[in-house]
Design a binder for this molecule. Structure first.
Ligand SMILES: Nc1nc2c(ncn2[C@@H]2O[C@H](COP(=O)(O)OP(=O)(O)OP(=O)(O)O)[C@@H](O)[C@H]2O)c(=O)[nH]1
Ligand SMILES: [Mg+2]
Length: 214
């Protein structure tokens, strides 16, 4: 599929969630919507939603800034994998074993009475760990929030798939947790280039958001 065909396809994706863009005009007026992109995928989905012209606040929590002035940026750098000596062997301690701390700067993002929409691709450190930690934190704080997450493609590594699966298993019974499989894009639209599959993935985040706000 070439890029022009792909772009033609994007509006038709509405059929996936059976929601039309008309919902944009029915957004609840009382509460400010605040989108928070966690990690790279979350921040790409955030930029995509921002580009739709939705009125709201936007914050990216990632290692690099989006460079869009309207998108607040909170720097978060995942710890590196560590290598330790055990006898005559060197053993890798994956970064995923590290606990995550929600910084005061990040807690401040959630201090107002807004409706928070967390966006993350699950499998890496930042999106996965922050989704798990923030779900627990925001629930305890009685905040109004939903999470929209993707599950990795089949070709991603087993440890990354496992990271994602653990979080989904813990949260999938919650009514404020939504997810989709990136692999379903390739199943539906063929073996797209990764860049194009990510673009469709970003659109899935947007459509799921629309299906939640009515
Ligand atoms: N829709 C979409 N998915 C992406 C994009 N980039 C990466 N992903 C997917 O998102 C998942 C998580 O990857 P990243 O977002 O890069 O990971 P991260 O949360 O930044 O984690 P670390 O970099 O390990 O701290 C993987 O399944 C990727 O395939 C993107 O631009 N759009
Ligand atoms: Mg990253």
């Amino acid at each position: 599929m070439n890029r022009r065909d792909l772009l033609k396809l994007l509006p038709r994706l509405g059929a996936i969630t059976m929601v039309s863009n008309d919902r944009l005009f029915a957004l609840p007026k009382s509460k400010q919507i605040h989108f928070i992109g966690l990690g790279n995928a979350g921040s790409e989905a955030l930029k995509h939603i921002y580009s739709k012209g939705i009125v709201g606040k936007f914050t990216s929590v990632n290692d690099i800034s989006t460079s869009i002035p309207d998108i607040n940026f909170i720097k978060f750098v995942a710890p590196p994998d560590k290598w330790i000596s055990k006898g005559d062997k060197v053993v890798r301690i994956p970064k995923m074993n590290n606990e995550i701390i929600i910084s005061d700067e990040l807690k401040k993002v959630f201090e107002n009475n807004e409706r928070f929409i967390l966006l993350a691709g699950l499998s890496g450190f930042t999106g996965t760990k922050l989704t798990a930690a923030l779900n627990e934190y925001l629930r305890k704080q009685n905040k109004d929030f939903i999470s929209i997450c993707s599950l990795p493609f089949d070709f991603e590594s087993d440890p990354r798939k496992l990271n994602a699966q653990i979080v989904v298993n813990n949260l999938k019974s919650k009514s404020n947790f939504e997810f989709f499989r990136l692999q379903s894009i390739r199943e539906q639209y063929g073996n797209l280039k990764l860049k194009d599959a990510f673009l469709l993935g970003n659109e899935f985040f947007y459509k799921i958001y629309l299906s939640q706000v009515g």
